[in-house]
Ligand binder design. Structure first.
Ligand code: GTP
Ligand code: SPV
Ligand code: MN
Length: 584
């Protein structure tokens, strides 16, 4: 159907990676960085129209619209296939088709899932090398009759006879882009984009949208969560997962270096967790990926030293700026732009003179997890790690305290269901200042009806003995003062909050029971230098009016979307919260 000029089976070797990189450098698509500054690193500049996931072109093509649910773009699978087959017809002419056998999760483990991605993008192959387990070892594990998830990808830009990209990032226009999922067939078809989650099909498409459907059917959880371990000064270790929406701090928290003496954090994953109940009744998590595809802007030696150290070599940068001496630069890297730069569009850029940022706000790095100085020794353990706490969070300048702990499992599920971020600039569908709900940080990633997904979470609470389930917390690093400054310094200082979580999981940690759940006592969390006692009181206060408004918005705008698929217990939680607040 796609008619490539050639077909290559990817073996996953370093030689293959190097050969593709050289080929892309020779054709002008990849810019090799200065080997004295960033050995083994390359910069790519995407087309200006192809810079992020395209949620409005992402489809859950279930048999029925009800199955896809109220929060997904549904499209009839038969009609979609017809449309896409037309687009795929001859779409790889003039290019090589790569066949990438890949495995999410440790090869050979029970929890791992194999996919085969077919793509015409060598950039995708290189990134998949870093982000997943690729090649011959996967084919071997698959055997003659193993199961795999077919994932077809094309950038959607065939080359005519004698035509070349001339170093320009190939892709299709927005109205031709489709990121499609067929949940009943467990199949992925992606067309027109070469960027991130649109094109690296093992990531959001397989490990979240398709995996969430498999997980529902098989009784496990596929979640948009980081995984880390916290080690106290006595050397005791606890594992925590955290679900924050895209660009709300997962990578930063996953790699955090605590500011509190004696405490340590190790990284297991920064974006996706697959969790299963173990034989001992506890919840175990694995990171199905092998790399980090992280937001570059804002990453500095101050905010995330482990990421900066990971990026010293053998990394791919996409849409960052380029310095005159062949290094990358981005806004918030921690030092001034060294002279004139080339911005992510390939144009000259000078600090103070340019109107737009040099680096795209969604510029990303791709780097192997093994390169992170704080990666946990057990990060690839196929048995997973036992989870003590689940955190939810979003960007909420007001109302939601720095941290509060759920009263019980269903209250925690309620917390997950109301996650959201206050949007600062008007979006297509919402005006500035409203809260964009992103339940469980899964709004763009749940492959089935979100109401049923809530029920799957409620059910998990009934499937194991009391006391075995993780404690659930809601965190908010993003409180603002009236004059628009951060009330909480965030980043490495978030370790103080992790310490309280650790203590609470031990049944310690001073807390007050309030209408919204357990809130740290005013002196339970040591204050960073720039947080006053009054700031702390504000960060931990229960804002009665704010919460009553919150309840109103959940009751009138959020929950009604899910109709009769919304589990009754969540309405009970909402009512209970309201009653307790009104008595306050
Ligand atoms: P995705 O990769 O899109 O899923 O994003 P993510 O959830 O991994 O977010 P990431 O850690 O990349 O952070 C996104 C943005 O939030 C960056 O600009 C960070 O600098 C910023 N950020 C992260 N943690 C904090 C924090 O504690 N406080 C504040 N104010 N900003 C933060
Ligand atoms: C996200 O948007 O949550 C990401 C980036 O992690 S992407 O891989 O493009 O989905
Ligand atoms: Mn993510």
């Amino acid at each position: 159907m796609t008619r490539p000029d050639a077909i290559e089976w990817c073996d996953g070797s370093k030689a293959e990676y190097d050969r593709l990189m050289k080929q892309m450098a020779d054709s002008g698509l990849a810019i090799p960085l200065n080997p004295e500054k960033r050995p083994g690193c390359y910069l790519f500049r995407s087309d200006a129209s192809d810079v992020a996931r395209v949620e409005n072109r992402t489809y859950i093509a279930a048999r029925s619209q009800e199955e896809a649910g109220p929060t997904n773009n549904w499209i009839d699978p038969d009609g979609l296939k017809e449309t896409m087959k037309e687009l795929y017809e001859g779409c790889m002419k003039g290019r090589t088709m790569y066949v990438i056998p890949f495995c999410m999760g440790p090869v050979g483990s029970d929890i791992a899932r194999i996919g085969i991605e077919i793509t015409d993008s060598p950039y995708v192959v290189a990134n998949m090398h870093i982000m997943t387990r690729v090649g011959s070892k996967v084919l071997k594990a698959l055997g003659e009759d193993g199961e795999f998830i077919p994932a077809l990808h094309s950038i959607g830009k065939p080359l005519a006879e004698g035509e070349h990209d001339h170093g320009k990032w190939p892709c299709a226009p927005l109205d031709k882009k489709y990121i499609s999922h067929f949940p009943e067939e467990r199949t992925i078809w992606s067309f027109g984009s070469g960027y991130g989650g649109n094109a690296l099909l093992g990531k959001k498409c397989l490990s979240l949208r398709i995996a969430s459907v498999i997980a529902r059917d098989e009784g496990w959880m596929a979640e948009h969560m980081l995984i880390l371990s916290v080690i106290n000064p006595a050397g005791r270790k606890k594992y925590i997962v955290a679900a924050f929406p895209s660009a709300c701090g997962k990578t930063n928290l996953a790699m955090i270096i605590p500011t509190i003496p004696g405490w340590k954090v190790e990284t297991i994953g920064d974006d996706i967790a697959w969790m299963k109940l173990g034989r001992d009744g506890r919840l175990y998590a694995i990171n199905p990926e092998t790399g980090f595809f992280g937001v570059a802007p804002g990453t500095s030696l101050e905010s995330n030293p482990n990421a900066m150290k990971s990026l010293e070599s053998d990394s791919i940068f996409t849409n960052t700026a380029l310095t005159a001496d062949g290094d990358v630069w981005w806004e918030g890297i921690g030092y001034e732009a060294p002279g004139k730069l080339i911005d992510w569009n390939g144009n000259e850029w000078e600090a103070g003179k340019a109107e737009k940022p040099a680096s795209h706000p969604n510029a990303r790095f791709t780097v192997a997890a093994a390169k992170c100085p704080a990666v946990a020794a057990e990060w690839e353990d196929p048995a997973g790690v036992p989870i003590s706490a689940i955190l939810f969070g979003g960007r909420r300048p007001d109302t939601i305290p720095l941290i509060h702990q759920a009263r019980n499992w269903n209250h925690g599920v309620f917390m997950g269901s109301i996650v959201g971020s206050r949007i600062t600039t008007a979006a297509l569908d919402l005006k500035a200042g409203t809260v964009r709900r992103d339940p469980f940080a899964m709004l763009p990633f749940c492959g089935y009806n979100m109401g049923d997904y809530f029920r799957h979470w409620v059910d998990l609470g009934t499937r194991t003995q009391a006391g075995k389930l993780p404690e659930i917390f809601y965190v908010n690093w993003f409180r603002k003062t009236a004059d628009d400054n951060w009330l909480w310094p965030g980043y490495r200082e978030n370790s103080r909050v992790l310490k309280w979580v650790f203590e609470r999981c031990d049944g310690e940690g001073k807390a007050e029971e309030t209408p919204i759940g357990f809130v740290p006592a005013l002196d339970a969390i040591d204050r960073p230098a720039d947080v006053s006692a009054a700031d702390m009181a504000e960060l931990l206060a229960v804002d009665r009016e704010g919460w009553l408004n919150e309840i109103e918005s959940i009751r009138s705008e959020h929950y009604p979307k899910f109709g009769d698929r919304l589990p009754e217990v969540l309405i009970d939680e909402l009512d209970g919260l309201e009653d307790r607040l009104k008595k306050m």
